[in-house]
Design a protein around this ligand. Structure first.
Ligand SMILES: [Zn+2]
Length: 591
């Protein structure tokens, strides 16, 4: 495992701007000194994810995720530190210099992941062998029925999991993997009695390959009468459902030029490929996620949402559109009729006809308005009003005034309601939305109070004040040289009530003695993993008070509190004389 010098790591940090990097995953809006957007690490509707340009940090007031540039890339790309470092070095064109004794990631972690990848490759090959076997008659019949040619089967590495409880387990055990490892890889299941058996049985198998070309998981289509028609691997050390997209490894090369066609299932992807359409991708069974949307943003100039024609498919499309748009993707929606899904459409009408549907794809707004129109009866006054209200809501979210007006005029003509009335309604909605954004800043502060009360349990509100004050003190000590000098002289770690705060303070002292400049991002690379979130939460804040005075007051207060608790303890033990001495000493100091 390569080790890289501290200088290299700092150079990479200097040459990548966090706002820039985060922007390729999250749509950020500038808000004074900070940039805000929808958090990629938890589901939310109003942005609580903040990125500071000055401090080169990110922090989410919603879920508490926080850290520097490296932490962000590690988390969002699911990489370990070394790979995140390489990723960012490449991005900025920095050549990494190797050095002994620098950062080393835990070997166990890398090894465990590596073994899962190896097992997945072996399993994929094993499934392919199974499909080639003449005895796999059920699988062959299905492949024939779906019209999957040899080339398609090879291209997607399609295979077959036998109708057997231990076919794959036996094979992998023979290759030297333990039952526990096979379970960890999601290829086997352990029941309550401790019995281990193959997860995928009697299924046509589709390996799921990530953009780096690793087999990360499998999807299986049932061939028998299993109630679960489709089954995917569970979450494993190398697979997070919500952050992978099926066939992106193949389709990504077309993404910039032709865009990507987002369909519902891997069978759709396979049959599109069969018809010469190579740029189709699919979610993995579950609802489309923000992580998937940000992943696509990196590869697609345009996304053509092409979900099934039934109501469930159209509703899923509406949701996917919003998630894709929030990640900054350009979207069009493909409409087709006379078939339930793209697979069937192509079988019935051919690839050329499907290509025409792609060319005729409508904008996301158009699609939403169309689907609103379908929901209401426009021959009826109430229906018209309901339709216009829904349409106004859709249009209030468009940024372009010109685009908005074009739709308004059309809707006015259709509904007989004046364009002016519709515009008034839209402006009202926009105003309300703006108000929510300002409230969001207040919400962030409230969140901090909540976190504080959770952290100190329910004992006393005085403790919450202490908790908040300690955090403020740590912030000020880090950023203000004078406050740091003062703390170094006057403040010992055990004055902090919070154990985490104490550890952070001690780490700060050691760090700042060698690195006097207040580089928050660099400090985050320095502290231990469990402290990172808290450090990000503390350093992210801006305090507007006279910081040196605040630090002085705070140190005094902490000392006073420590004294109080010492006195209480001694009093409990009945040591009256010592209590007297302590009070006297404290009074002298104060005076
Ligand atoms: Zn969050």
């Amino acid at each position: 495992m390569a080790r890289y010098s501290q200088n290299s790591i700092r150079e990479v940090a200097r040459r990548n701007d966090i706002v820039d990097v985060v922007s390729s995953y999250v749509k950020l809006k500038r808000n004074g000194n900070s940039h805000t957007g929808l958090c990629p690490f938890h589901k939310e509707k109003t942005p609580s994810f903040h990125v500071s340009e000055d401090k080169q940090l990110y922090y989410c007031f919603g879920c508490g995720a926080g850290g520097n540039l490296f932490d962000f890339i590690m988390k969002i790309e699911n990489l370990d530190f070394v790979d995140a470092l390489k990723f960012l070095a490449q991005r900025a064109g920095v050549t990494l210099e190797e050095e002994k004794g620098a950062y080393v990631p835990t070997k166990e972690e890398t090894d465990a992941k590596q073994r899962v990848y190896e097992m997945n490759v072996l399993a994929a090959r094993h499934f392919v062998e199974n499909l080639r076997d003449p005895s796999a008659t059920l699988a062959h019949a299905y492949v024939k029925k779906r019209g999957l040619g040899k080339d398609t089967i090879t291209r997607f590495g399609i295979g077959y999991a036998k109708d057997d409880w231990s076919d794959l387990c036996d094979f992998l055990k023979q290759k030297g993997y333990t039952e526990q490892e096979i379970v960890t890889a999601g290829l086997a299941v352990k029941n309550e009695k401790g019995r281990v058996y193959d997860k995928f049985r009697n299924r046509l198998m589709f390996p799921i390959i990530n953009v780096r070309g690793n087999v990360v998981a499998f999807g299986g289509r049932a061939l028998g009468d299993d109630p679960a028609k489709y089954m995917n691997s569970p979450e494993t050390p190398v697979f997070h459902k919500g952050s992978n997209v099926y066939n992106l490894n193949n389709a990504k090369q077309y993404g910039r030029k032709d865009g990507l066609i987002l369909v519902e299932g891997y069978m759709d992807v396979a049959s599109l490929h069969q018809s010469g359409i190579e740029n189709a991708i699919a979610g993995l069974g579950t609802a489309f996620t923000p992580e998937q949307a940000t992943l696509l943003k990196r590869y697609a100039g345009q996304i053509f949402v092409c979900y099934d024609g039934d109501e469930a498919g159209q509703n899923a499309a509406l949701k996917a559109i919003d998630i894709l748009a929030e990640a900054g993707n350009k979207i069009k929606v493909v409409r087709f009729s006379g078939a339930k899904d793209p697979d069937e459409y192509i079988a019935k009408k051919g690839a050329e006809s499907f290509r025409k549907c792609i060319a005729d794809a409508v904008s996301a707004v158009e699609f939403k308005i169309m689907s609103a129109r379908n929901d209401f009866d426009l021959t009826d006054v109430d229906g018209k009003i309901a339709f216009v209200t829904r349409a106004a809501n859709i249009l209030s979210k468009i940024d372009s005034q010109i685009e908005r007006e074009a739709y308004v005029n059309r809707i006015a003509a259709e509904s007989g309601i004046s364009a002016n009335a519709i515009l008034t309604e839209i402006n009202k909605l926009i105003y309300r939305e703006g108000k929510k954004t300002t409230q969001n800043a207040k919400y962030a502060e409230r969140r901090e109070d909540e976190q504080a009360s959770q952290a100190v349990s329910t004992e006393a509100s005085g403790q919450i004040a202490t908790y908040k004050a300690e955090r403020m003190l740590l912030n000020v000590i880090f950023f203000q040289r004078k406050a740091f000098e003062l703390a170094k002289e006057e403040l010992s770690g055990d004055l902090f009530a919070g154990v985490e705060h104490r550890k952070i303070y001690e780490a700060m002292l050691t760090y700042k003695l060698e690195n006097p400049e207040a580089d928050a991002s660099d400090f985050l690379s320095y502290v231990d993993e469990p402290l990172k979130k808290t450090v990000a939460a503390i350093l992210y804040r801006e305090y507007e008070c006279d910081s040196l005075q605040a630090a002085k007051d705070m140190i005094k207060k902490l000392k006073g509190e420590l004294m109080n608790s010492k006195i209480k303890q001694l009093a409990k033990e009945g040591k009256a004389e010592e209590v007297q001495a302590l009070i006297k000493k404290y009074a002298e100091r104060r005076g």
